[in-house]
Design a protein. Structure first.
Length: 203
């Protein structure tokens, strides 16, 4: 499956309270965003992935901030159906390739993109998107690298997402704005669903 074609925006979420994982995922799916990237940045991230995988069948749940082979093994065991890394090393790439699930390896520089393309990888995460040059940078890559597509993540906002999505080499964007910490803490799932619906309508 092409991760870049699942939805215009992949929610990039940080789960502080595991009890919020399932209702959050249901709200995102109801809003039209089935692909959810749970970042491995908190102690409860793996349990959150497991609960979403078990209780929200319409969600495609993946693990983000994957940095080691151990991260990959634990994420897949928990039920992650895709992997996203902030960057790429040979060992990490080998482990992702052996995982049996789709993955988006992270790249920032032209050399990193070329190295991944040499290995047949044409769908990549571009991170940190805004800090690394944003829309102008990605636009400049479309000429020499027309067969590589990206999911820019990092600093992408609701008011800039459409500019990214308008680029021919961008399949989707990763967004953190869809699950505000205060909305998760208060259980404001209607707000999460509304944000998801607005994002789903961007393309």
């Amino acid at each position: 499956m092409s991760l870049l074609n699942l939805a215009p925006v992949i929610p990039v979420v940080v789960i502080e309270d595991v009890e919020t994982a399932v209702p959050m995922a249901r709200a995102l799916v109801a809003g039209g965003l089935p692909a959810i990237e749970v970042t491995l940045r908190t102690p409860g991230a793996l349990e959150a992935i497991a609960r979403i995988a078990a209780e929200v069948p319409d969600a495609t749940v993946g693990a983000g901030t994957v940095r080691t082979a151990a991260d990959i093994a634990a994420a897949v065991a928990a039920g992650a159906t895709f992997l996203v890394s902030p960057g790429t090393t040979p060992a990490l790439l080998e482990a992702m390739a052996a995982s049996g699930v789709p993955y988006l390896p992270g790249a920032t520089t032209v050399s990193e993109v070329l190295a991944l393309a040499e290995r047949g990888l044409k769908e990549l995460k571009f991170f940190p998107a805004e800090a690394a040059g944003g829309v102008p940078y990605l636009k400049s890559l479309a000429g020499p690298l027309p067969d590589v597509r990206f999911c820019p993540t990092g600093g992408v906002r609701p008011d800039t997402a459409s500019s990214y999505l308008a680029l021919p080499n961008v399949g989707c964007v990763g967004g953190t704005w869809l699950t505000p910490a205060d909305a998760l803490a208060s259980g404001d799932w209607a707000r999460v669903e509304k944000l998801a619906a607005e994002a789903a309508a961007l393309r």
